[in-house]
Design a protein around this ligand. Structure first.
Ligand code: SF4
Length: 339
């Protein structure tokens, strides 16, 4: 992977960014706390979708201290809709560690930041660069795409990551880390897009091997994806005559930990019909089917509906207007019954 002419490349890139940068709330601050929250939310979620969640989350938990002191259920509540709930749990855990061991102050180097839960190589570099202007190379999917096109390197991802990391460090501007990293991410997001890159508008076109060879769309090369296994199960919506729904809380470990769900047969291993209040689940009415894709598998659930006399369990019966934190999967289940 050959290095493009870094100083000239940076000048062209920063000039363009100075004129074209999009306004984003987390770019208007150097406070590591909101920067961290935005970076975690932006994993797997688009900028437009994140903005309202970002504002609402910071309104509810304006400081690391407030977040650390919050109840986990309240944090999960504010994460509803973003999915990938382990991110919210890690944010909460991390805030507690920051208060207990770091006096509420974020470390300044990627190495120190990476010791905190939920902060990997990408996020540690992003916080260090955007909050503290620490020399760091932020390498997300956008930057990977730009770098593989600039160098026309055909090593497939993810195997190419180690050398892309080295290249990203060589190219970055140590005195201007905040600006440079924002600029190259913006280039990948706005012009050097996965499909139909806008090369004719690109400020670094003259440094780009893929453009010179007229093959930008060939990069990055990706290793073939493994097929996702399919799993199946049955989920039961149980309403009492007061219109309350039965929900149970998942364990505090593993997938969708601590979130609430309707009773189901399980999908990890066949568990058979749930058993609650002596209800005959075999009489439940099938009302449809939903599909949900997790990172490592896709799930198909047959949805059943039962209306029953009041189960006297107040802990697990919820008014539909006041539900505890639910995963997107369970929201789909409830949508199936138009609840
Ligand atoms: Fe990307 Fe095209 Fe610019 Fe090359 S010239 S960096 S392919 S937008």
């Amino acid at each position: 992977m050959k290095l493009v002419h870094a100083p000239q490349f940076r000048t062209q890139l920063l000039q363009w960014y100075g004129q074209s940068a999009r306004a984003m709330p987390w770019r208007e601050t150097t406070n590591p706390y909101p920067i961290w929250i935005s970076e975690i939310m932006l994993q797997q979620t688009t900028v437009t979708a994140v903005i309202p969640y970002y504002h609402a989350f910071l309104a509810a938990f304006p400081t690391v201290e407030a977040l650390a002191a919050a109840d986990e259920q309240a944090v999960l509540h504010h994460w509803q809709g973003l999915g990938y709930y382990s991110r919210a749990r890690n944010i909460h855990k991390c805030a507690k560690i920051l208060m207990a061991d770091y006096n509420g102050i974020f470390p300044k180097t990627p190495e120190e930041l990476e010791k905190l839960p939920g902060i990997g190589p990408y996020t540690s570099n992003a916080i260090a660069a955007f909050a503290y202007n620490t020399p760091a190379a932020v390498l997300d999917g956008n930057v990977e795409r730009v770098l593989t096109r600039l160098t026309a390197d055909a090593t497939p991802l993810p195997q190419a990551k180690p050398k892309l990391r080295i290249l990203a460090h060589k190219m970055s501007d140590d005195k201007n880390s905040r600006l440079y990293n924002n600029a190259i991410m913006e280039l990948g997001s706005v012009l050097c897009t996965p499909k139909n890159p806008k090369c004719l508008l690109c400020p670094v076109q003259k440094f780009c091997r893929a453009f010179a060879d007229d093959i930008p769309q060939n990069f990055p090369v990706k290793s073939p994806k493994k097929a996702r296994p399919n799993k199946h199960g049955k989920a039961y919506i149980l309403l009492n005559t007061q219109g309350e729904i039965y929900l149970q809380q998942r364990s505090d470990k593993g997938l969708l930990a601590n979130l609430w769900e309707v009773p189901h047969t399980g999908w990890e291993a066949k568990k058979g019909l749930p058993s609650l209040f002596g209800i005959h689940f075999k009489r439940a009415k099938n009302i449809g089917k939903i599909k949900h894709v997790f990172t490592h598998f896709s799930l198909e659930l047959d949805i059943y509906f039962i209306e029953t006399e009041t189960p006297k369990n107040t802990e697990n019966m919820f008014n539909l207007n006041n539900l505890p934190p639910l995963s997107n999967l369970i929201k789909k289940v409830l949508d199936c019954a138009k609840l």
